[in-house]
Write a protein that binds this ligand. Structure first.
Ligand code: AMP
Ligand code: MG
Length: 342
């Protein structure tokens, strides 16, 4: 009798899904029960108790299940272990306890510290809250987790607690509706589950599909809210060059990948800001989004048309800018970018 085929990465998918779901609940609880305050990191970007709590929960579940796997995550526990941060760590711990009741302050800082692994043959990469600025503004943010093996993203789980995969453009901007949880495995497609405002999955999974050729209504593009995270004027010029005539949709976080994957936009452009031309993208800002879009039928490269190289460092040092599309318009975008450079 023929045996049922073993689904590759089934356990990784399951643990990642559980971990991200708990983290999304923690983040939504923080956002709904307190007005989250940000503290400034050394690079002056904001971080909140939810960023640390989310990283603690996900690193704990991953390292219990896969003790040999490295985790390359955005946040660092060093600052939290300083004596003057004890009250802050206590707050983080209280929120972690809502999803992992046995958590203690020491355990929480140890779990966060497990996220300081290195890029290698097989590793996880995590952005515990991508788009912290959107999280603070009450707009879009994401919890983004991916498994990279032999340079390829194999599994991606992307929770977008304020992104409704069924919504229209006017609802997309700045709204806080239902959420979505995207789950992708290389070669096995991507599905989306609705998330309640508590961050809990509700309802059933449905397939995810990029904009098909001929769907004029969704022929538009997404870009960051933050002008310092891209080049909004060049992004607009490139979009016009391929025939996009409507204004962009501006969103924080990898919700932009979700918008392309679920067919709300044909294109996400992230070109280097003229203020930071040497900025290199962080792997955790892209890995989960990349597999979600690719498994939905889309394409992701850098601005020169090169695939993103996840083998080198925690930054995409071999790449510049990012172009995410439904596939059909990709070559036209790269050609427009090349024309603009010559
Ligand atoms: P977004 O929500 O798309 O604006 O992206 C948020 C991410 O932008 C953060 O997680 C940062 O890692 C990243 N970021 C910070 N500075 C820059 C920069 N100068 N250019 C591009 N991305 C940046
Ligand atoms: Mg981020």
């Amino acid at each position: 009798m023929a045996q049922a085929p073993v689904q590759l990465y089934a356990r990784e998918r399951q643990i990642a899904l559980e971990a991200v779901t708990l983290a999304a609940q923690l983040c939504q609880r923080v956002r709904q029960t307190i007005r989250p305050e940000a503290i400034e990191k050394r690079d002056r970007s904001p971080v909140t108790i939810a960023d640390f709590g989310s990283q603690a929960v996900i690193c704990k579940l991953l390292s219990d299940a896969f003790p040999d796997d490295a985790i390359v995550a955005e946040e660092d526990a060093t600052a939290l272990s300083q004596p003057d941060m004890a009250a802050y760590l206590a707050q983080v711990t209280e929120h972690v306890q809502a999803v992992l009741p046995d958590a203690t302050p020491d355990a929480v800082s140890q779990w966060i510290g497990q996220g300081n692994g290195q890029v290698g043959q097989r590793y996880w990469t995590l952005d515990p809250i991508d788009g912290t600025k959107g999280f603070l503004r009450g707009e879009q943010y994401a919890v983004a987790l991916a498994l990279v093996e032999a340079g390829q993203v194999k599994v991606g789980v992307l929770a977008c607690p304020a992104f409704d995969s069924q919504q229209t453009k006017s609802q997309a901007e700045g709204s806080q509706g239902k959420g979505s949880l995207f789950v992708a495995v290389r070669g096995q497609g991507v599905t989306v589950l609705p998330l309640a405002t508590t961050g809990e999955p509700v309802g059933t999974a449905s397939p995810v599909q990029v904009v098909r050729a001929g769907d004029e209504a969704n022929f538009r593009f997404v870009e960051s809210v933050e002008s310092g995270h891209g080049d909004h004027s060049q992004q607009e010029a490139v979009a016009q060059a391929i025939g996009i005539t409507t204004d962009s949709i501006r969103m924080d976080s990898q919700a932009k990948y979700a918008a392309v994957a679920s067919g709300q936009a044909v294109l996400y452009l992230r070109l280097p800001s003229p203020k930071t031309p040497d900025y290199r993208e962080k792997i955790w800002d892209h890995a989960a989004g990349v597999i979600v879009v690719e498994e939905a039928g889309g394409k992701v490269t850098d601005m020169h048309g090169k695939p993103l190289d996840f083998t080198l460092d925690y930054q995409l040092i071999a790449n510049q800018g990012v172009v995410v599309s439904n596939g059909a318009c990709h070559q036209a975008v790269i050609a427009a970018l090349q024309a603009a450079q010559t």
